[in-house]
Ligand binder design. Structure first.
Ligand SMILES: *[C@@H]1O[C@H](CO)[C@@H](O)[C@H](O)[C@H]1NC(C)=O
Ligand SMILES: *[C@@H]1O[C@H](CO)[C@@H](O)[C@H](O)[C@H]1NC(C)=O
Ligand SMILES: *[C@@H]1O[C@H](CO)[C@@H](O)[C@H](O)[C@H]1NC(C)=O
Length: 343
């Protein structure tokens, strides 16, 4: 844009006054046009303030659980719910990872992003349902099963009058995109996945679809852009949220991981900084999955013998690097999306 602006200005030399004014107006109009259109086509910004989204909440986890059709079904319903939200996890994650341990759910160990997402949804009066896939990842043979469980849950809890929405991350994102072809959601969110549109096309009356993704994963982004184009061509409302990297700061881990205190959090930060896993501004230099940070942390004996915490820290590192991870930072925008398509 700025190059374009500079080139015509050369023409001003020796030009008549009116020609200069006319040209200037054209340039100005062009710039205005470009700026306006850029804003219009700009996806919602993924710039975030990590501190804004701490794990603190007025909500208490009091989920109910049931073993149904061979899988764990865990849910919580706030007073006067406004919608029902089904969440499909990513590979290796279980329904129990969306909730904190409590006497009714001894297996529950919330992963930081999963649990914060559920808290935000409950705060905003969404009834939340999580189901474990039969295997590590979702398979499309499960759609019938999950449909049955969702219906059972809705009938049992008298939620029949509420809009139903769904969100899935990664494997869960593919799954939700396919499930939406078989049952009625008022809108869906597909996180860090492009969905199944390439193989299944766009079924009739497909619900409005929000893609939440991390553009650092260029390969996925291209596929997501393809899905968005296909959905738009079929008249389906589509939106994207791009999640960007953010710098670590000393309190990041204690702000987001229950059971990890401020002292441990700043020690972790110091190690990452000392080992140069992060640059001078706090940004992860490489994907945490390819960084030897666990060895460094274990060596210093900082984490009490609780390897679960390592997984929780890893999730935050993946997120800070902004590469293929579940995120709750955009929970409010995602819930806004659901709320804007409820009629
Ligand atoms: C608790 O976890 C164990 C092992 O992962 C699993 O076999 C069991 O089904 C879980 N129980 C509940 C109630 O979720
Ligand atoms: C799930 O389990 C219920 C109760 O056992 C059964 O009636 C139902 O047919 C099952 N659904 C599917 C899809 O297998
Ligand atoms: C922080 O947690 C560590 C590990 O659990 C513990 O040793 C330490 O005493 C705690 N510090 C404070 C100030 O609570």
């Amino acid at each position: 844009m700025w190059n374009r602006m500079h080139k015509p200005s050369k023409l001003f030399y020796g030009a008549g006054k009116w020609r200069a004014i006319a040209l200037a107006s054209v340039v100005l109009i062009t710039i205005t046009y470009v700026v306006i259109n850029r804003e219009k086509s700009n996806p919602a910004s993924g710039l975030i303030n990590p501190k804004k989204a701490s794990f603190q909440s007025s909500i208490q986890f009091r989920p109910s659980l049931e073993l149904l059709n061979g899988t764990d079904v865990i849910w919580q319903i706030p007073n006067s719910p406004k919608a029902a939200l089904f969440i499909a996890h990513g590979c290796g994650v279980r329904a129990a990872n969306f909730w904190d341990n409590y006497p009714g759910c001894l297996n529950c160990t919330g992963l930081p992003e999963e649990r914060i997402f559920v808290l935000r949804a409950l705060e905003r009066k969404f009834a939340v349902l999580t189901i474990s896939s039969l295997d590590r990842c979702w398979s499309f043979e499960e759609t019938k099963n999950v449909k049955w469980i969702i219906k059972w849950w809705i009938v049992t809890n008298e939620l029949g009058r509420l809009p139903i929405v769904a969100m899935g991350a990664s494997s869960g994102g593919y799954f939700v995109s396919a499930l939406a072809a078989e049952m009625r959601f008022s809108s869906i969110t597909v996180m860090i996945a492009e969905g199944m549109f390439q193989s299944m096309g766009v079924p009739k009356d497909y619900p409005p679809t929000l893609f939440v993704h991390m553009p650092k994963d260029q390969f996925s982004m291209k596929k997501i852009q393809f899905s968005m184009r296909v959905l738009r061509q079929n008249g389906v409302p589509v939106k994207e949220i791009r999640c960007m990297q953010f710098p670590l700061y000393p309190d990041l881990f204690s702000d987001r991981i229950p059971g990890l205190n401020h002292t441990v959090s700043s020690k972790l930060y110091d190690i990452f900084s000392h080992k140069r896993f992060i640059d001078g501004n706090g940004y992860m230099k490489h994907d945490g999955r390819q960084t030897q940070w666990k060895e460094a942390v274990i060596q210093r004996n900082i984490i009490p013998e609780n390897y679960q915490l390592l997984n929780h820290i890893e999730e935050e590192l993946n997120l800070a690097f902004a590469y293929h991870e579940m995120t709750s930072f955009q929970a409010d925008e995602i819930l806004d999306w659901f709320e804007s398509h409820m009629n």
